[in-house]
Design a protein around this ligand. Structure first.
Ligand code: DEZ
Ligand code: MG
Length: 303
């Protein structure tokens, strides 16, 4: 079906960059694929961030990457040369913690089994929620004789699954045990990005890593990250911005650009990450950015 969304405008000249920036005071910036690839900053991004801040623009970082807590993101930003504070960082791990505390009123006598990295564990701890799993189960190898050793645990009140570079069968088996035939135990996914944009190409993302559990359980998880409501609520309830003067900058149509659309704000898609210009211009593509630019680093040409 042909999309009714207007055709995105590609920004290519200095004049267009200036006119674009004059329209907005606040930029919501995705991270992976926009600012950096893992620990490598994309060319021109540091100069762009400096230029925007020198021209009075507010920058807020909105990432689906659940591997780091906000304090650890602050350290990563600083290490890569970008000044940032915790209050300017919204991650899917933070949105998950807020959802468990504020929406699910997670019971004090329960714990969360985590498939994921320190970001989830630290953000849950920050809101008083105890966890198990995560790095505790890294490197655990199983034999067929071990199936009998996986016990149920009545203290597990939810399972949260995020990006886990140390995913293994033991973690999947435990999570399955805690969720199987237990619809009262929430199954939460920090985000469902299918792929992860690294410096050397794309690899399976958080959404892909969760599929063994989703298929085995025959159950769809609650998804927190962009473009879903928990992240929208987490952001817009904590951050007051004029939608007409705000722009979401992202590399992915089905997370970043859709997040902007659902937040009724304009969007800028960069071509340094996951989604391509061809995909964005596809007449059948329902999610369309307002603007497209080769790279967020392009604005450095204005400095
Ligand atoms: O697999 C993932 O979790 C995503 O690829 C990744 O984390 C996306 O992060 P973002 O682009 O939202 O910063
Ligand atoms: Mg991204």
């Amino acid at each position: 079906m042909i999309s009714s969304a207007p055709t995105p405008k590609k920004l290519t000249s200095i004049e267009e960059y200036k006119a674009f920036l004059d329209k907005y005071d606040t930029f919501l910036l995705d991270c992976d694929g926009v600012l950096w690839h893992s620990n490598t900053v994309i060319d021109g991004v540091l100069e762009t961030v400096k230029f925007l801040r020198e021209n009075g623009k507010r920058l807020v970082f909105v990432t689906n990457n659940s591997t780091l807590s906000r304090p650890n993101y602050v350290k990563k930003f600083e290490r890569l040369g970008i000044q940032a504070t915790e209050k300017d960082i919204f991650s899917s791990a933070f949105a998950t913690a807020v959802y468990l505390r504020n929406i699910l009123n997670f019971p004090k006598d329960k714990r969360v089994y985590v498939i994921g990295e320190s970001g989830i564990v630290d953000e849950l701890k920050e809101v008083g929620i105890e966890t198990t799993g995560s790095s505790d189960d890294n490197g655990v190898t199983m034999t067929h004789a071990d199936f009998g050793t996986i016990e149920d645990d009545p203290t597990i009140g939810a399972v949260v699954s995020g990006f886990d570079i140390n995913l293994n069968y033991s973690k999947l088996a435990k999570a399955f045990k805690y969720l199987h035939n237990k619809d009262d135990v929430p199954f939460i996914l920090t985000n469902d990005d299918a792929t992860f944009p690294s410096i050397s190409g794309h690899y399976p993302g958080t959404g892909a890593l969760a599929q063994p559990l989703v298929f085995a359980l025959g159950r769809q998880p609650l998804v927190m990250g962009k473009p879903n409501k928990p992240m929208l609520d987490c952001f817009f309830s904590n951050y007051h911005t004029d939608p007409a003067r705000t722009c979401m900058v992202g590399d992915r149509l089905d997370t970043d650009i859709d997040f902007g659309a659902q937040g009724n704000i304009d969007t800028l898609m960069v071509l340094t990450g996951v989604s391509t210009e061809k995909e964005a211009l596809d007449p059948e593509q329902p999610i369309k950015p307002t603007y497209i630019i080769q790279s967020f680093g392009e604005f450095a040409k204005l400095a």
